[in-house]
Design a protein around this ligand. Sequence first.
Ligand code: THU
Length: 134
Amino acid sequence: MTESELIAAARTAAAQSYSPYSSFPVGAALLFDDGSVVTGTNIENASYGLGLCAETVAVGRAMADGKRGGLVQVAVTGPGAEPITPCGRCRQVLNELAQLGGTDPEVLCVGPDAVNRVKLSALLPHAFGPASLV
Ligand code: THU
């Protein structure tokens, strides 16, 4: 799975976005160490505050499939003019899955003209996670 393929998977996921309120479709693609990819997209709600972000949907899907770590790379795509960056809640949600397997995934923040590559630990320094409870 190349970086471009992972980004393409995120863009494909974003095509299924349910975002009638923001008109801001987001896609996320999670790459695991076994080569598998799990995607998600944002799902909004008429009760606005209940919307789900793409990254959170992807993590939920992955964990429902039994994933408990092995997260090596994440691609996030949005419609904006600048590379999108995961929201704070999604950083925390991604951290849970990453920390379970002891990885520090690279997050590809994708824009129309550029890709910012940032480690999750840089997006969420001093993270609180499962290891904090033991
Ligand atoms: N959104 C995501 O899906 N991921 C993020 O990291 C940032 C924001 C969604 C939430 C909402 O549906 C729309 O983008 C506008 O905020």
